[in-house]
Structures are given as C-alpha cells and as structure tokens.
Design a protein around this ligand. Structure first.
Ligand code: ATP
Ligand code: MG
Length: 351
C-alpha cells in the first residue's frame, strides 16, 4: 500500500470505545478498579456487562475489515455503535473525520441512510413487497421518485445475480437469494461503507461460499469499504484484509490474516488459529531466505505474496528452489525445507 493511501483519512476511526449495559454504566469506563475486573466479577459487583471494552481501530478506505470472535464477544454491539444504533458509553468514533457521537438526529439519519448501510443476518426484508421494491426501499426512504428508484434497483438486482426475480416476494426465494436481496438493498443507496453483521451464518455451506465469493467480487470490482462481522475463522481469513479478533469485549489482536495466523499475539489467538492450514495463509515471505552466491538462477519465480502452498507446487514441479521475485528483483529463495518448516509450524513466527 502506498504512503498516499496510508495517509488518507480512515473511513472509521474508533478510539477508546466502551459499551457497558446495566445500571449506572457511565461510571465503569472511568473507574480503574472496575475496569480491571474480569467480566463475571464486574457483573457480580455492579450488575453491568461491558460488551465493548476500550476498543480502538481504524477502518481504511477500500479495505474489508473483519471483526471476529466467539458468540458474546461483543461484535454486534461494536458494529452497532459505529452508527449509534447502540449508544456508546465512552470513547470516540469518527467517520471521514466527522465526530459521530456529536451528530444530531437528522445527521445520524443521513449517516445510516446514505453513508453506512447495514446487511443483517436475518435479511430484514419486507414480506409483502417484491424483490425490486425491497431493493428500492432505502431509496424510497431517501425520497427518490418511483421511476428513478426502480431503475436503480433493477441495476443492483442484476449486479447481485437476481435478474428475472424482480417481481417475486421474499417467501418465493431461497435463503441465499434472500440474502442477495438484503445485499442489493444495502448497495442500492451506494453507501461509502457496508456493514455486515454475520450475514451468511444462516445459510448452508455451499450457498454461503457463493455469497462469500459475491462479496469478494463486489469488493474487487468496486473497492467498497466493508466492515464484516463473523464468528467463522475461515470466512474471516477469506474475506479480511485485516481482522480484529475480539474476546470478552476487547480486541486481542488486529492484523492481516497472515499476521494473525503467523504471529498469534497470545495463547488464546494461537488456540483459535491452531487448525488453520498455514500454507494457505502464510506467504513465501515467511519461508524465504536471503539469496546467496551459490543459489541457482534457474528456479521458478514466485511473487512475494504467493502463498506457501503455491510455492510448494512450483518447487515440486520444477525440482528446484524457487526465486522470490519482486518488481523484477530476486529478493529471496525458498526451498523445500523452508516450505516444509512453515507447514510443520517450526518456521520462525515472524511476519
Ligand atoms: N441490550 C443488552 N443488554 C445487556 N447485555 C447485552 C445487551 N446486548 C448485548 N449484551 C451482552 O453484551 C455481550 C456482547 O453481545 P454481542 O451481541 O455484541 O455479542 P456477539 O459477539 O455479537 O455475539 P453473537 O456471535 O452471538 O452474535 C454479551 O454478553 C451480551 O449478552
Ligand atoms: Mg452478534
């Protein structure tokens, strides 16, 4: 990523965010004695649940930012705080540099209708409306005229692969098709950022994979910023540019899939990613060594962000170590031993 992109204002910037449910919740974030308690003790002492605890992160323009964690870890609360569907207890949230906590009602409405559209797990479709009118719903709320919104909706319906189904009602669709309608409805308002709260967890595995590919495709084609919540590790690894892993309301690690799998921050994360096929996530950067004079220059070339699994194929096919080539320059060499070391988990934990 270029410096120019890194320097851009993040879409969301979250700092020291807390959400505490329960009586006199406001006092908790400011009281070090209470914040030091673990969740069960805090509940016993105060009757409060700290669903989000001192969370900070940026969502960069154009990235898929995944929030992952087990049930109850605070994912939905966190994403709902972003547009104040849930009121935060403490901390700051900015969208494009604008203070979300300072927004008045009309501004908040505008935020939710135009700038950050949400796709829910249970679709949230209107049962008596056709597919087309469900998709046009957000535009209708915005006050767009009928002909114009139907034309726009038809475009988006086609984009998510539902052409021909415009006149059906939700009950006449499969689960996967319904979720496509939910996705189309969010896309129709052309939001700056899409927020997904476990949108695919009610779908069966094959349809789920289809929908994941749909999200990857949309992201690739449109470069739209997405915040994607899931409790499914393989989904997180597949979709995320970066992943925030939550536990008991805290972010325990924030990094690329490769960083999370290759350098887990603590035993909890290590346990979480234990069964991940490392060779499919880690890149040859982890496995390569500096080229030396004795290295042949005849081996196959692989890119630095090729996966270890891809390099294994190249090395196995050619019978020679592979050269890691970045912009025409050989930056490293990977051989069978180095690659095996990654698969076995004996390679250095370093990314
Ligand atoms: N309105 C509420 N009042 C009290 N506690 C709540 C409320 N909403 C959520 N919680 C608690 O906050 C914690 C985080 O809940 P949240 O729904 O954010 O978790 P999650 O990670 O989205 O879980 P899941 O994967 O099951 O959807 C849980 O302990 C939950 O019981
Ligand atoms: Mg949830």
């Amino acid at each position: 990523m270029s410096d120019a992109v890194l320097a851009e204002t993040p879409v969301f910037s979250v700092n020291g965010l807390w959400k505490v449910f329960g009586p006199k919740a406001d006092r908790i974030p400011a009281d070090p004695e209470l914040t030091a308690l673990d969740p069960a003790d805090l509940r016993a002492r105060t009757g409060c649940t700290a669903a989000v605890r001192d969370v900070s992160f940026d969502v960069r323009k154009g990235e898929v930012f995944v929030v992952m964690g087990l049930s109850g870890s605070g994912k939905s609360t966190l994403v709902r705080c972003l547009t104040r569907l849930i009121e935060p207890t403490a901390g700051t949230i900015a969208i494009d540099g604008e203070d979300v906590r300072a927004m008045d009602k009309p501004r908040l409405r505008e935020l939710r209708r135009h700038r950050a559209a949400m796709v829910f797990q249970h679709f949230g479709l209107l049962p008596h409306r056709t597919v087309l009118d469900n998709v046009a719903y957000g535009l209708e709320i915005q006050g767009m005229g009928k002909a114009e919104r139907r034309a726009r909706a038809a475009e988006v319906v086609a984009k998510v692969g539902l052409d021909g189904m415009e006149q059906r009602r939700p009950s006449q669709l499969s689960g996967g098709q319904r979720q496509r309608v939910g996705l189309a409805r969010a896309l129709a308002v052309d939001p700056e950022v899409l927020l997904f709260d476990e949108p695919f967890s009610a779908l069966d595995p094959l349809i789920r994979r289809d929908m994941q590919e749909e999200v990857v495709r949309l992201h690739r084609e449109e470069g739209r910023t997405m915040v994607f919540i899931t409790h499914d590790l393989s989904e997180a690894l597949k979709l995320g540019d970066r992943i925030a892993l939550m536990r008991d309301g805290k972010v325990v690690q924030l990094g690329t899939p490769e960083e999370i799998v290759g350098s887990p921050a603590d035993d909890y994360v290590r346990e979480f990613v234990r069964d991940v096929p490392r060779e499919q996530v880690l890149t040859v950067r982890t496995a390569m060594r500096t080229p030396s004079d004795g290295d042949a220059v005849t081996g196959p070339a692989v890119a630095p962000d090729a996966t270890v699994s891809e390099a294994i194929e190249a090395v196995a096919r050619s019978g020679e170590p592979a050269r890691v080539v970045d912009e025409g320059r050989c930056v490293g060499v990977v051989d069978a031993d180095g690659l095996l070391g990654v698969v076995a988990g004996t390679a250095k934990e370093a990314v």
